[in-house]
Design a protein around this ligand. Structure first.
Ligand SMILES: [Ca+2]
Ligand SMILES: [Ca+2]
Length: 279
């Protein structure tokens, strides 16, 4: 198992993402100033949400790429707010975790509609970065999600002083723990009516046989957004997420080409999978 993790990390670092730093993303809105023009003090989420600067008066934004893991020790006396969608890779029961300094809340909708969101996990104090098990409240109940559907979420976070961090992770139905969660499962929130455009194109991947790889596309625009991946010009049955995971690629896959059609009209660049022997 350890060897596989090292292989995967090596692949992530030197293979799949060697030519790009972005693998899906969400936007974190930062609120540094309250309605009185003073620093936004306090450690409670309500110090953010009950201030009239919320939600439109943010002072800067950050893109969380690669992982759902915000910069550590970014500042003091600020709030942060992330809206987006999870795209589950499997149908079944998921468990979510949130870790943060200071307080935070993770809200998840039963579908793509923000109105159906419910609080599923929270931090009422503080944790270290990626410290997932300090409080029982950090862990959600089991939640059944369907592959191919999008689930709206919100993360609310408030930093007072001292250390600060924020991250979200999950366990897949097959038991795989991804804490924090890779960003290719995430799509950013855009208001209804926002036109669809490709922000990051699929990139060539250089793999070794038996590696698992992920092609992905980052698309801006209002949901619902649909995807269909193609291999060597032919649609791949069931591959209708914003990312395409290929398990255990083989030498016979070397040279295969992949692209994705977004909303059945917008075609991405074509990326090539290169597979070399495991010597
Ligand atoms: Ca701080
Ligand atoms: Ca703190």
């Amino acid at each position: 198992m350890k060897k596989r993790i090292v292989l995967l990390l090596t692949l992530l670092l030197f293979g799949a993402f060697a030519t790009q730093t972005q693998a899906g993303y969400v936007v974190r809105k930062i609120y540094e100033t309250g309605s009185d023009g003073q620093p936004l003090t306090g450690t409670a989420v309500t110090n953010l949400t009950l201030n009239s600067v919320f939600p439109d008066g943010f002072t800067q934004t950050q893109e969380l790429t690669e992982f759902f893991d915000a910069p550590v020790d970014f500042a003091d006396n600020y709030g942060s707010f992330v809206q987006g969608y999870f795209e589950p890779p499997q149908t079944g029961d998921y468990v979510f975790w949130i870790a943060s300094d200071d307080n935070s809340q993770l809200w998840l909708s039963t579908d793509a509609n923000p109105e159906n969101k419910k609080l599923i996990a929270s931090v009422g104090d503080w944790t270290s970065e990626n410290e997932w098990t300090k409080f029982s409240s950090q862990k959600s109940e089991k939640i059944t999600l369907e592959r191919g559907k999008k689930y709206y979420f919100e993360v609310l976070h408030k930093e007072g002083t001292g250390g600060d961090n924020l991250s979200v992770g999950w366990q897949l139905p097959d038991g795989t723990l991804e804490r924090p969660m890779p960003a290719y499962y995430l799509a950013p929130y855009f208001p209804a009516g926002t036109a669809v455009s490709i922000k990051t194109q699929p990139q060539d991947i250089y793999a070794t046989e038996n590696d698992s790889v992920v092609f992905f596309v980052s698309v801006d625009g209002a949901q619902p957004i649909s995807y269909q991946w193609y291999k060597n010009g032919q649609p791949i049955a069931g591959e209708t997420l914003s990312y395409l995971k290929l398990s255990k690629v083989q030498l016979t896959d070397n040279g295969n080409t992949y692209y994705v059609k977004v909303n059945n009209t917008l075609q991405s660049d074509t990326a090539t999978l290169f597979v070399s022997a495991d010597v």
